[in-house]
Design a protein around this ligand. Sequence first.
Ligand SMILES: [Zn+2]
Length: 417
Amino acid sequence: MKKFLIVLIAGLAAAVAVQSVWGMTAGETEAEIQATIDSQQSDSSEPSEPEQPESSELSEPEWQPQTVRLVSAGDNLIHSSLYEQAAARSTDGGYDFGALYENVADYFQEADIATLNQETVIAPSRAPATYPCFNSPPDLAYYLDTQCGFDVLNLANNHCLDQGTSGLEECLTFWEENYPDILTTGVYQNAEDEANIRTKEVNGITFAFLGMTELTNGLSLASDSDIVITQALDDAGMEELRTQIEKADELADVVIMNVHWGNEYSFTPTERQEYLAQQMTDWGVDIVIGHHPHVLQPVETRETADGRTALIAYSLGNFVSAQADAYCLIGGVLDYTVTRQEEGGEVTISSYSLEPVVTHYDSGYQNNRIYLLDDYTDELASTHGVRARYSSFSLSYIDSLLQEVVGSEALAGVTLP
Ligand SMILES: [Zn+2]
C-alpha cells in the first residue's frame, strides 16, 4: 500500500510537469490554452491543422474502470519460538520479526489493501506469552505495519481475552495510539466505537471492514467493562449483526467480514459456518474472510438473495505459527480484485484466487519463516523440521492437500463475468 502511494505521488508529479510544459495556469481559459497550442504548432514547418489528439489531451479524461486488489491472510499465531527467535535476532534488546515475514512482505505491500487476523493480543505492560494464553511483544506491530503493510487487522478471535479484559483494553489502546492508520475490527472500546464502522476508500471504491468471533475459549469480559466483542451467539446477537452489516452496506461499495469460526483442524465447514455465510452475505457482506481452524477450508462463491456474487473463504488456515502438524503449516492468502466497470455503477468481484503459503522451520522449530508456495522448493521441504513427524512432507504433499481441500479452480485463479 505504501509503495502504491509513492507511485501515485510520482504520477501526480508527472501530471504537474506535463501541465507546466504547456504553460497552463489556473486562470487560463480553454480558448487561451488552444491558442497556445496553435502558436506552438505554427512554429513547426508542418502545415498546422485543427487536430484532435492535442486538444483531447487537455479535455476531461475519459472515465476508466476502477479496480482495487486486496489480499487477506489467516491467523498470525505468535508462539514462543517465534518471539524467542525475534529476541535473539534483535540488536537493541527488542524483537526483530523481519526474517519471519521478509519472503512475503513485498507481496502484501504490492496489494492496494492487505488484511490479517491478528490472533494474539499485544498487552505491552506484560511479558510475552505463548499457548494457551498468548501475549505478543509490541515490536511485532512494526513488522506488520511497516514491513508487510497490513491495513486492516481483525482482533476478534478465541484468544482475544487471553490476557483478560485489562489486557484487551491495553491491546486496543496500543493499536489506536501507535498505529492509528491501521483499521482494527471485531473488538471495540465501547458501543459507540463499534458503531463507528471502519471504512477505507481506494481508487474511488469504498470498503467497510467488520469482524466477529464465534468463540472466546470460555472467557468473558469483566461485567463492568465497556469493551464490545462482536459475536452473534443468540437471536439478539444475530439481529445486531444484521443491523451492523446493513449499516456497513449503506456506507460502502464493498463489505468485508472477518469471522473466526468453525472446528479446529477440520477441512470442512460446519453447518453453522454455512448458515452464517449465507445470512451475512444475504444481509450485505460481499466477502467473508474465515479463520480459526488452523487449516484450510474451501473457497467458494454464492449468489445472494439480491443477486450479487459473494466470495467466501471458510478458513485461510494459519498465516504463521509454530504448530507441529504438517497440515497446519499450509495456509492461504485470498487474493481478490473488485471492479467498478461503469461510472456510477455497482462494484463487483472481478477475480479471485487462493495464494498458498508455507510456514517453514528448521528442526526444533528454529528459524521460522513464511514463503509463498510459488517460492517454496522441494529442497526447502526436505529440510523442514516437520519432517521429524511427517516424513512425506514435500511439494507433492502440499499439492495433494491443496487439491483435496481447495480444489484446482481457486488455486488457478477465477475470473468472474
Ligand atoms: Zn483461533
